[in-house]
Each structure stands twice: as structure tokens, then as C-alpha cells.
Design a protein around this ligand. Structure first.
Ligand SMILES: *[C@@H]1O[C@H](CO)[C@@H](O)[C@H](O)[C@H]1NC(C)=O
Ligand SMILES: *[C@@H]1O[C@H](CO)[C@@H](O)[C@H](O)[C@H]1NC(C)=O
Length: 338
């Protein structure tokens, strides 16, 4: 569990992109370049709809393995380009991180910790709308972003002006980046959606209901886990209750491409003996349309791990990456095959 302090160190330096909480298709890249954190100097993931298609870090001996599903399909050239771009992005991020460190005068101290992050994505909505963006952040704050329509780099802070010029002066790379986010990214997303088998797998949720005391209140929690895709609806039925509003829509990744969420409600101390409280979960994997669990007072409560309380977006961007990194490191120690 030695990855926990790293996660905490990380969160202070982290820029948190919005996670995909609505029902649209999204292809995204998360890239990290850091120093002083004991992490690989470069980490990149490519994700479609919250499913990681590849993970790469600079401690790995080779690029991600070539999956069966891309062979001899329209996905093959897209995959090859995505892998080739890893090397380009390594150089790009290394220059960006060094430039930011210098411009912010964060030099000298050996123990200095810095994180440079990029988040790029393109989204396809059911009504045909398309959206794309690319942002860079340094130590958790916006650094630059790509203005796709005007083909410009926008510097978010004065310290980014130098790096903006470096990027815009590289005309060939800049043009190709703009056209990627204008069009090519969406082609790639459509092709991956069509061919990647892991994107059409659905996992049904497991549902359990238990009781907890919190701040003098009786709280019923409906805990829903192990589902994919992410879109889910959880509802409580029964009279005399009040939902805990702050917990709605908090869908967190489990780190294995499935998700979890919960919905809590406050129930009165007295008079609950005859009252039935029922949690109903709607998910696209369920042929019956829902899972219905009625609270059984006998069930032994269990404690939720503390990390469940951390935010949806933080978990999405960091825990997936970091646990994956440690998992990969351990896995490669034991066996060379992936
Ligand atoms: C960095 O140092 C230079 C020279 O000492 C100074 O002009 C500049 O304002 C500093 N920048 C920041 C962001 O502190
Ligand atoms: C849950 O599904 C069952 C079986 O399809 C259906 O009869 C029931 O009305 C559904 N419950 C709710 C609350 O939607």
C-alpha cells in the first residue's frame, strides 16, 4: 500500500479534467510528466469511454502490446499512429516540463516536485454534436490550451508565453495537431468503437443495502458496484425519507473498468419498523431493467473504505493510473508477458 502517499502528494499538483458523466462516446489521452515524485518520468493512457485501451510509462521496456482486435481492421493504422505518437509526446512533454520549471523559477532544490499534465479528448454525442479539447497543466494549474477553431495556443498564465511560442513556431506539428482534434480524432473514436470488443461488454451491478450512523442520523446506504458502462440510476422508494443530496451522481471507477456508486438516505429514528425502504438500480446491462433490493434490518453493516469518499474525478485520473502503474510494475517483475 506504499502507493497511497504518492497519491496524496500527487493530488496537490494535479489538474483534474472533467470526467465523462453523461452518455456520449469519448476518446481521450492523459499524459503525465513529473520529477521528484518517484513516478516514471512519462506516463500515458489512451481511453475510450472510461476503458483504458493502452497504458504506457517510461519504465516499460516496450510500447503497449498489439491487441488482436486491431489486426487487419480499420483500427490498425490508428493504433499504429497512437503508439508512434507516444515517442513524439515524450519529447513534447519533456520540453514542456523543462520550460515550465524554468519559467516558474522552480529550479535548484533537489526535492522539488513538479507535474506536467496534458488532457486531450474528442467526444461524439448521440445527436451528432462533436466536441474536442486539449489542455496542459503545470502543478495543477492551467498552463496552455489549444484553440482549435482559431488554430492558436492560448497561454493561461504569463509563464506559458514562451512555451506557446515554441509550440506555434513548430508549424508542421501545430497544423497536424489542430487537424487531429478537428477531424482525425473522431474518425479514430468511431473506428475503435466499432472494433474494440471490450467497449461493448456490459457488466451488471451488484447491489447491497446497509445502515450507518452519521452525525446522529440513521442513514441507509445503497451501494452499487461492478457495473459497466458508467451510466446508472439509483433510486430509493419508501415514505418518510430524505435523500442525502451530496451523494447523487458520484460514480467512481473501481480500477478494473467497472464503476461503483451509492445513494444514501436519512431515515427517522423511530417508526421505521413497518416501513419498507427499497433501493432500485437501473442499468443498461439489466435485461429485467432494474435490480430491486429492500432493506433487511438484520444485515450486518460494513465500513466503506476511506478512498470511496474521494471525488469522482480525482479517482478517475489518478487512482487508475497509479494503481495500474504499480500493478504493471509488479506484474512485469513476475512475468514478462502481458
Ligand atoms: C523568475 O526569476 C526572474 C529573474 O530572477 C524574474 O525576473 C522573474 O520574475 C521570476 N519569475 C517568477 C514567476 O517568479
Ligand atoms: C423493476 O423491474 C420489474 C421487472 O421488470 C418491474 O416489474 C418493476 O416495475 C420495476 N421496478 C421499478 C421501480 O421500476
Amino acid at each position: 500500500m506504499y502507493n497511497v502517499p504518492i497519491i496524496y502528494t500527487f493530488v496537490f499538483l494535479l489538474h483534474l479534467p472533467l470526467s465523462r458523466c453523461a452518455d456520449f462516446d469519448s476518446l481521450s489521452w492523459n499524459t503525465f510528466s513529473s520529477n521528484g515524485l518517484g513516478l516514471p518520468s512519462f506516463i500515458q493512457t489512451m481511453t475510450v469511454n472510461d476503458v483504458t485501451l493502452f497504458y504506457y510509462d517510461s519504465n516499460m521496456r516496450s510500447t503497449p502490446p498489439y491487441p488482436e482486435w486491431v489486426k487487419n481492421t480499420a483500427a490498425e493504422p490508428h493504433w499504429e499512429e497512437a503508439i508512434a505518437d507516444i515517442y513524439v509526446d515524450r519529447v513534447i512533454l519533456s520540453v514542456a516540463l523543462q520550460t515550465a520549471i524554468l519559467e516558474f523559477n522552480r529550479t535548484g532544490t533537489f526535492s522539488e516536485k513538479n507535474v506536467y499534465q496534458t488532457y486531450g479528448h474528442c467526444d461524439l454525442y448521440p445527436d451528432g454534436t462533436i466536441k474536442a479539447s486539449l489542455t496542459h497543466a503545470f502543478n495543477g494549474n492551467d498552463f496552455i490550451s489549444l484553440d482549435i477553431d482559431n488554430k492558436r495556443i492560448i497561454a493561461s498564465v504569463p509563464q506559458a508565453l514562451k512555451y506557446k511560442r515554441i509550440r506555434e513556431d513548430d508549424i508542421i506539428y501545430h497544423e497536424s495537431l489542430v487537424s487531429f482534434y478537428k477531424k482525425y480524432c473522431f474518425d479514430r473514436l468511431r473506428v475503435f468503437l466499432k472494433h474494440a470488443p471490450q467497449l461493448s461488454i456490459k457488466n451488471a451491478p451488484e447491489v447491497r443495502v446497509f445502515q450507518r450512523q452519521r452525525a446522529g442520523s440513521n442513514i441507509l446506504i445503497c451501494h452499487v458496484t461492478g457495473f459497466y458502462p458508467k451510466a446508472v440510476q439509483v433510486k430509493w422508494f419508501g415514505a418518510d425519507f430524505q435523500l442525502l443530496d451530496d451523494e447523487i451522481n458520484d460514480v467512481l471507477p473501481n480500477g478494473d473498468s467497472t464503476f461503483q456508486t451509492r445513494r444514501s438516505l436519512i431515515i427517522p429514528e423511530k417508526g421505521t419498523e413497518d416501513q419498507l425502504y427499497t433501493c432500485v438500480v437501473y442499468h443498461s446491462s439489466l435485461r429485467e431493467g432494474n435490480i430491486t433490493v429492500t432493506w433487511d434490518k438484520e444485515e450486518i453493516p460494513f465500513k466503506l473504505p476511506v478512498w470511496i469518499l474521494l471525488g469522482c474525478m480525482f479517482m478517475l485520473t489518478v487512482v487508475g493510473l497509479v494503481t495500474r502503474y504499480f500493478y504493471k510494475t509488479n506484474a512485469t517483475r513476475e512475468q514478462d508477458d502481458y
